[in-house]
Each structure stands twice: as C-alpha cells, then as structure tokens.
Write a protein that binds this ligand. Structure first.
Ligand code: DGY
Length: 315
C-alpha cells in the first residue's frame, strides 16, 4: 500500500493481507520508492499521482499481479505497459461522482460570488463594513453551464446545477440518450460549446490526448466574463494562458482543485485574486474515501484471493 487509507479500509486490508508500505511520509510516490516497496508483493494498492509509468511497470517484480488504484483517474499508470505484462489495473468508478460534483459546484459558487476574495479580506482584518458595491459577483440562475465531459461526475453536476436554475450545455465524445440528457444541449464541436459557456466546468481525464486542452485559442472563444472550473486533471489546462485571461479580465474567475505537477502550483495563481484554489479535494469525504478503499480491496480480493475477474478493471 503506497498510502495510508481511512481507518475502516486499513482495518479490512490488515485483516486480509500482509501489508508492506514504503518508508517515509504519506505522499505521492516516485518510481524508485514504489519499486523498493513492491518487492515480494502480489498486488499494489496505489493512489492518484503515484509514478507508475511504463519503465516502472516494466521493472516491477514478477510477483505483482494487480495494481489497484485508489482513484477513478488512471493517468498515472501506463495501462498498455501493465497489459503487456499481464498485470491487471483497477480503479474506483462511480463512488466519487457526487463528492467530486459537489466540489465543482462549490468552486462555481465561490467564483460567482467571490467567496475566496471575501474570506481572505476578513482574515486579513481588512473589512471596513457593508457597502452596496462591495465584492459584487454574478447570479448563477439563468446562466449557461457548459460541462466538458458528461460522464458520471458531469451528470451529477448537471443535476445539481438544474436545481439552481442553470441551463446545461455539454461537450462529450457521444451524445447521451434523452433520458440521461434531461434537456441538456449537446454540442458536436468546440466552437459552439465554448461560446455557450457562461461557466465552463472541466471533467476530462489527464494524459497526452487532453494536455493543455484549454489553451489560449479555446479561452478566447469563451464569452467575456466567463468562469472556468477544473476538478478533472490539471494537465488539461494551459496555466499561463488561463492566468493571462484572468489578468486581462477576459475571464471573470477560475476555480481549480487540480494542478499540473501538483502539489506544486503554477506561480501565477498565487497572486491572482480571482482564482479559488483547493488542494485536490474532489473525492475527500469520509463516505467516498471509505467506498473508494473498499472498491480497491474488492478488486484485490477478486484477483488475489478468489481468482476471478476484478469488478472494476481499467486495463
Ligand atoms: C481520482 O479519483 O482520480 C481523484 O483525482 C482522486 O480522488
């Protein structure tokens, strides 16, 4: 196990497995630490960001039969390399959809109502009293929410946003059937989608195919005053271009829960007042983290104890 997991998950893991852990603090692991800790292991329970690239996977001991990641995202694992070595890879879909959509909605609200700026003002003891034009934001009711990636998390966010009176637009590989679309407007191309986003919420996976998806050209197609929120993967945003657009006023605000190269954060964000920053909290509820851990253990049990197909195979 590369990380310390919630108590109930640790208890079940300790009941059923002999656990080996890397030495040192609980943090994202580099390849070398994973290889050292994996010696003699039948399975690896890792987490988002742990460095399981193709080279690391090629050097894993032959004893390793499964990599169960405590995440829905698998961009930190070279899936093809695992497949080639016959190592199963599993993830934790579904159980974090509501929690992650909640964080997206939290960021949307914080951006629209300038909650980050407001809180910082109070903590800095700079509030001089109520004023009619102080920290005016924008009302979300009636605004268009553009959801990039209408999977399980995107659909949960759409459900919440409908309750707030927002109009839902979405861009996805395929159009959803009407019973799942629930009146949302599908866009078959980026241009019409971006033009319809008063708020853009990004829910696409990381990896080479989506690197810097939100670049200067696409930002320019968003309406002036749009809000951008990202709870997917930080690599999908060109940080320099986003900071430029926030500084120029083309974008009203941005809310980010994920960062390229996290825990390091692009320098420009530190000084931009209209950015709300969260430390990758998407799935961070007790209920969700327990459920994610149990999914990992269900997958490990299937492969290592029961010799059956794991329920959540990603590769
Ligand atoms: C995931 O599951 O991929 C998240 O980023 C971590 O909760």
């Amino acid at each position: 196990m590369t990380r310390v997991l919630p108590e109930a998950v640790e208890a079940r893991a300790a009941r059923d497995y002999a656990i080996r852990r890397p030495e040192g603090p609980d943090r994202t692991l580099e390849s070398a630490a994973i290889l050292t800790a994996a010696k003699g292991c039948a399975g690896i329970l890792c987490a988002a960001g742990d460095g399981l690239d193709a080279e690391t996977i090629a050097r894993l001991p032959d004893s390793v039969r499964i990599i169960a990641t405590f995440s829905v995202g698998t961009d930190h694992i070279a899936l093809d390399a695992a497949k080639a070595r016959g190592v199963a890879v599993t993830n934790t879909p579904d159980v974090l959809s509501v929690a992650t959509a909640e964080i997206a909605m939290l960021l949307i609200l914080m951006c629209a109502r300038r909650a980050g700026e407001a809180e910082r003002m109070l903590r800095a003891r700079e509030w001089t009293g109520w004023a009619p034009t102080q920290l005016m934001g924008v009302t979300l009711e009636g605004k268009r929410l553009g959801i990039l990636g209408m999977g399980r998390i995107g659909q949960e966010l759409a459900r919440m946003a409908r309750g707030m009176g927002m109009q839902i637009h979405y861009r996805n590989r395929t159009r959803l059937p009407p019973q799942e679309e629930l009146g949302a407007t599908f866009h078959g191309n980026d241009d019409s989608f971006l033009a319809a986003c008063d708020v853009l919420s990004m829910h696409i996976p990381g990896g080479a195919a989506t690197k810097n998806w939100l670049d200067a050209a696409r930002i320019a197609r968003l309406p002036r005053g749009a809000i951008v929120v990202n709870t997917g993967r930080g690599t999908t945003v060109d940080d320099g271009a986003l900071c430029d657009a926030l500084r120029s006023g083309h974008l009203r605000a941005a809310g980010l829960d994920v960062f390229a190269g996290e825990p390091a954060i692009f320098e420009g964000y530190h000084s931009a007042p209209n950015v709300t920053l969260l430390p990758h909290l998407g799935s961070a509820t007790i209920e969700t983290r327990d459920a994610m851990g149990f999914r990992c253990l269900d997958n490990l049990d299937a492969v290592l104890i029961h010799g059956t197909e794991p329920p959540h195979r990603a590769a």
